[in-house]
Design a protein around this ligand. Sequence first.
Ligand code: 16G
Ligand code: ZN
Length: 549
Amino acid sequence: EEQRSHLLHSSSLFSPPEGVKLSYGTAGFRADASILRSTVYRVGILAALRSFKTQSVVGLMITASHNKVSDNGVKIVDPGGGMLSQEWEPFADQLAIAQTPEALLSLITEFVEKEKIPFDGVLSLVLLGRDTRPSGASLLEAAVEGINSIFGAIALDLGILTTPQLHWMVRARNKGMPATELAYFEQISSSFRCLVDLIPNETERNKTDNTVVVDGADGVGGEKLEVLKSMLTGLVIEVRNTGKGGGLLNDGVGADYVQKEKVAPRGFGSNDVGIRCASLDGDADRLVYFTVPTNSSSKIDLVDGDKILSLFAVFIKEQLSILTKEVKENTNNNSQARLGVVQTAYANGSSTDYLKQLGLEVIFTPTGVKHLHEKAAQFDIGIYFEANGHGTILFSESWLSWLEARNNELSLVSEGSEQQKAALRLLSVSNLINQAVGDALSCLLLVEAILQHKGWSIQKWNELYQDLPSRQLKVKVVDRTAVTTTNAETIAVSPPGIQEAIDAETAKYPKGRCFIRPSGTEDVIRVYAEASTQEAADSLADSVAKIVD
Ligand code: 16G
Ligand code: ZN
């Protein structure tokens, strides 16, 4: 009873905005920050319930990633460090639109009964983080109010963090490991150091330039990278657009801008020609590399998520084959790790061809981290990336325990052997790379370690394969739900006849490939086209956009 009146009172201070219906999409709730207070309050309630239900620590992140600075958003981190279970998303939607405190209360009561959420004697703890958006502080207060409106739930504000840092901390905390920001920095910097220490002597290190210039998108990533870089040796990181110089978040900067527009971010120019550059997005869960061209009018050379994936795949595969060479002689065939790769329809066709040529199993899922992550988790080692630069490498618990045991064995019988070094490298990668979610900071360090290991320049890396020319367009529509897709978004099932029309268009172009899908974050239909020349890709995208319109 006390709980009921407390909730009624508390929620009366957060009435929902009129005439808008937000929904918990691929990246949580996202909208103009000015209308988000009630939604964030309610997500606070939801996070507290999620923690009670799972009897574990959960997270709540306030960010709108690469969106403009006036937007904001909120999402929940599940106990394992991943996204909120999809089963709870419809409830998030219902909570957000409940009009009155009474309606909200009865929704919650019903849900608690249906989900059999236990409250007695168990603790509920929600870790909170936010990016650098000015609206973040007040939205964070709203989230804390929401958590506090449920008796027994505790809110722990961790301040300004990258999205992947919060995911990492939730996961670490539930595993009983140190879960502070310092622990995060220590883990990734020390595993980077291990990788560098294990670089073979014969690598021609003088050919590798150990400087990388990073665009921080004027957001949280730049700020955190400044801290991280002071803990590193053997790598020089120059950070630009740290947000301290008065630049506006995501405004002409950041990974989304660089990848979509294929132009250099603010603060990069003719002095940087040929230099290895990278760009983070606004909450540092995406990373792309690029080089500035000699001719200032032309587009940058983009090294996107597909190529980061390919670099990781080459390295992992190489280390696995060193490791298993030895094991075969010992007739222990447990070591045949299942290595797989997960992409979306946006992956450049050349990258998929390349990965298949490497002998890798490549599978496709719809857009959105939760889909890729789930599939990658089914391998012993699963590498997933979206072309936009979000991705990571997942190691299964069982394969990791095998690897640890193997490493111990090797260190007794053949300390310092090639096999043992390969085992150590793979262990270091598993510690460096974020196991919860794609993380620009840890991916940056892994890219840098691999380039140093191989003695490769960014140009050499970029030559792994050549991207097919592609074009992306968006078409504004009244109702984007009219388009539905199947086969990892490669085929449109409705409206009827549209796929046949797309196929007929595509057949006109050598190496043509084209698909349409409804955006999960905007009221548009997206068109992607690929062909053997840029003109052809442009023209294919144009004609398909006309079909959609
Ligand atoms: C969200 C997704 C991202 C996806 C993008 C597609 C997460 C955390 N983020 O930002 O993975 O690429 O949406 O946007 O899942 P779209 O549906 O508007 O094309
Ligand atoms: Zn992001």
